[in-house]
Ligand binder design. Sequence first.
Ligand code: QUE
Length: 336
Amino acid sequence: MTDTAAVEILAHVHRGVGRILLNRPKALNALTADMVAAIDRVLAAWEDTPLSAVLIASTSTKAFCAGGDIRTIREDSLAGDAEASERFFASEYRLNARIAEYPVPVVSLIDGLCMGGGLGLSVHGSFRVVTERAVLAMPETGIGFFPDVGASYFLPRLPGAIGMYLGLTGHRLDAADALYTGLATHFVPADGLDAVGEALADNPGDPLDVVLNRLAGRSPVAGSGLAEVRGDVDWAFAAPALGEIEKRLRHLETPWAAAALAALESASPESLEITHALLARGRQHTLRECLDAELALTRTTIRTPDFLEGVRAALVDKDRTPNWRRASLGGRTLLS
Ligand code: QUE
C-alpha cells in the first residue's frame, strides 16, 4: 500500500464498532486498486475481532462512492495492460463477496452519490442507511460498460422489473426511491449520521434494525417517484427483448416513458444488449456465480471501442457525447 492509499481509507474501532471511511473526496471516492485492497485487508483483520457492527461511510458530503476508478481502467486498457484491469475487477468482486458473507453486520451510511462500485460496497451488507442527499444509480450502460459488482445478482432480485429498468437506463434514485426498492433499508437525516456509531455501541443488545429505526427522522419513503410509475416500469421492462421494451415505452406516451426512451437512446447499444442478457438470467444464479460471470465479461468489455469511448466522453474529455460503434439497437451481442 502506498502512502497515498493509506489515507484514502481510514479505519478504526471505537466501542466495539468498526468504522471504514472512504477518503478520496476529489474523485468522489472512486475506488482505486489500493483502496479495494486496503478495505479488504481491514475486513480480513476484523473477522477475528469481536465487533457488533462494521460501518462503511465517507469523509465527503458529496459522495459515498462514485464507482470504480474506471479512468485508470481505460488507461491500462489503452496501454495494453489488461492484467492490471483484471486484477482490479477480481479483487473488487472478491471484496463484494466478502462483504456479503461477512460474519459481522456491515452497515453503509450513504450520504451523497453512490454508483456502481459504491453499490457493490453497500448492497451486499446487512443494512444501507440513506440520507436526504443520497443519489443511487447503476449508470454503466452510459459509459459502454455493464452493471457489475454483483448487479446481475441484486438487480434481478428487486421488485418487479425495477432492476432491469435501473440497469438499462441508469436512472438515479433519491432516498425515497432507494427505500422503496429495498436498495436502502433505513433513512437517517444527514445531521444524524454521526450518532449512528454511538447508538450502535450504546445498545449492543438491541437488534441493529431497531437501533437504526430509532434514529430515523420521518421516513421519506411515501414520496417515491418510482412508486408512482411502478405499473408502467413493470410492464415496459418485463418485455422479453430490448426492441420490445422500446416499443412498449413508445406506446405509453408519458413523460416517464419519454425519459426512459431518451436514456436508452443515449446509452451504448452494445452495453444495452449485454446488460439485458445478463440481468435476464441473473435470478437463477448465486452471488458468486454472478460475480464470476461479470468478471469474465469485463475481459472483453474493457477492450471494446464503446468502453474506451464512453469513459472518454464521461470522465476524460467530459463532452458527454460518446460516438458509439453501433448507431442503434439490433444485431449481435457478446453473450449470444
Ligand atoms: C458510469 C460509471 C462511473 C461514472 C459514471 C458513469 C464510475 C465512476 C465515475 C466517477 C465519477 C466522478 C469521479 C470519478 C469517477 O463515474 O464508475 O473519479 O470524480 O467511478 O456513467 O460506472
